[in-house]
Design a protein around this ligand. Sequence first.
Ligand code: 3HC
Length: 296
Amino acid sequence: MEIKKVGVLGCGLMGSGIAQTAATAGFDVVVREVSDELCERGFTGIEKSLAKFAEKGTITAEQQAQIRGRLKGTTKFEELSDCDIIVEAIIENLETKRDTYARLDGLCKPETIFASNTSSLSITEMMTATSRERQRRFVGLHFFNPVPFMKLVEVVRTILTDEEVYETAVEFGRKLGKVPVRAEDKSGFIVNRLLVPYLLDAIRALEEGVGSIVDIDNGMKLGCGHPMGPLTLLDFVGLDTTYYIAEIMFDEFRERRFAPPPLLKRMVMAGLYGRKSGRGFYDYADAKNPVPTNLV
Ligand code: 3HC
């Protein structure tokens, strides 16, 4: 089966990145948001990102216009009915996702593949909101932030995913310019299974006074060649998001390594979400020169 038209649900950070990447790869893309305002906000981000790529010469001005021309925003689910694949990147709430899938199942053509960008929720649990036939056409496509830069996509199958559908999804990931890795539907898949305990351990190291914020970050950045230290990465991903993922993974595996440390919980309760709220392990009042937050 050939994918030509892509539907994206949600035009937030991940949805807009996925839409931009699909349009850059030559696909026609329709993005659905709940309001015109959120749609416009997402498209402003895409336009800024494309302008930056054009400025740097990664794409020409002509390509920039062509990519933008392949992207369409809407608030109507109906406009996604003829898409060959739908990638969902809406709020990480199981009930909202299940309601959305159930609604789309009745609108989309029988061949449409449903894919979720969830980072930790169960694909199987989402899939069961749809008809038996659709359940065979359901996968996970987990992208990484910032989507236009990060080369990986995790392609997740459930015990019911049809083999041909799965291979089509893997190939779609490749056509997006990503390296697809195959994963089973187990909470966190491959990357978060390894990344989340590492991030939580960095917080525990800080709690236990092993090192300062800057020294823990420099340790991993300069000692192991990571592009960002773990506490910088936590601010980048969002402390609220990490807390939420950790809770789901702890609930699934009941292993201490997935349990959110008290400091993380307190920072989330205090509204220190990281970059998005202006403060986390670092203070972003001057975004170009973040300074470590005094947490004691
Ligand atoms: N579009 C266009 N340009 C962009 C952009 C975007 N979306 N985002 C950043 N840029 C630009 C920057 O503005 C900057 O431009 P400038 O040189 O003119 O200032 C340029 O790209 C390079 O940015 P940086 O200077 O920040 O360059 P880096 O070399 O540090 O690269 C990075 C940035 C790719 C984010 C790198 O730091 C990195 O790889 N960090 C780790 C990210 C990571 O681990 N992501 C995964 C998170 S986990 C996840 O998503 C899963 C979830 O389930 C939790």
